[in-house]
Design a protein around this ligand. Structure first.
Ligand code: MLT
Length: 243
């Protein structure tokens, strides 16, 4: 196994495809996806374009669908939900497909959708991702942060570091052996520094601050938890994730 970490989708190579690609958008798209699937959602289907989401979801039975739209951290008018994982209770999502478009997270998933294995990771389901990787041992693994409109995001890189840190810890393999690029040692160092205060780190993150301005402190608290959901969101067809 070789792990490559990319801080944003734009930094991923365009001439290669890894055996396994993992999208990370801790605040909040992949945290929401993990939550919906853990709470009994039938699937999550991601779109970068809001109009395409509306057109595709229109063909789905109305009582079996939820539409989630987020731009700039806020809910898009006319959609059932924004992008708060806390809204995704099992009462609401069980048996339903969530059609979702967010500013960055859904774009990251689309960027890697051609990989043979595509996963969605957050801190809350980190251990499920690590267990899968250790059982499957893909030759090459990309962990791709969603960032914010092309820029680095602390919360995504710390999650990438949390995954790599756990693999190093559980296998005893050195960072030099498992790391495919320099970002891996950097992300592990970031996680090692903040692992006991991830919520504190989110307060330093620009998107954390944006969400705090939108009064989403409870979302930050929820998304800063580690290993609390046993769910593996995996792509079953392009753009469609199931557990
Ligand atoms: C994104 O895709 O950029 C995020 O998930 C934004 C958000 O916090 O809703």
């Amino acid at each position: 196994m070789k792990i490559f970490i990319y801080h944003t989708p734009e930094l991923t190579p365009t001439d290669q495809i890894p055996e396994c690609a993992i999208a990370v958008d801790v605040l909040r798209a992949t945290s929401t996806i993990a939550t919906v699937l853990s709470a009994g959602g039938e699937a999550v289907q991601v779109f970068s374009d809001l109009n395409q989401l509306l057109a595709v979801s229109e063909k789905w039975p109305a009582n079996k669908r939820l539409r989630a739209g987020e731009r700039g951290g806020g809910k898009v008018e006319g959609f059932d939900l924004g992008n708060s994982p806390l809204d995704c209770t099992s009462d609401l999502v069980t048996g339903k497909r969530l059609f979702i478009s967010t500013t960055n997270g859904t774009r990251a998933l689309q960027r890697i959708e051609k990989a043979p294995i595509v996963l969605a990771a957050a801190l809350i389901n980190r251990s499920s991702i690590v267990d899968f990787l250790l059982a499957k041992k893909p030759e090459t693994i990309w962990i791709v942060g969603s960032g914010w409109e092309g820029s680095f995001s602390l919360e995504d890189t710390v999650c990438a570091g949390a995954i790599a840190h756990s693999i190093v810890e559980k296998t005893g393999v050195s960072i030099a052996e498992i790391g495919g690029n320099d970002e891996v040692a950097g992300a592990i160092a970031l996680y090692s520094q903040w692992q006991n205060d991830l919520l504190g780190l989110f307060h330093h993150a620009s998107h954390g601050q944006r969400l705090l301005r939108l009064e989403c402190l409870e979302d930050l608290k929820y998304c800063s938890q580690t290993d609390v959901l046993n769910v593996l969101p995996m792509q079953h067809e392009p753009g469609v994730l199931k557990s």
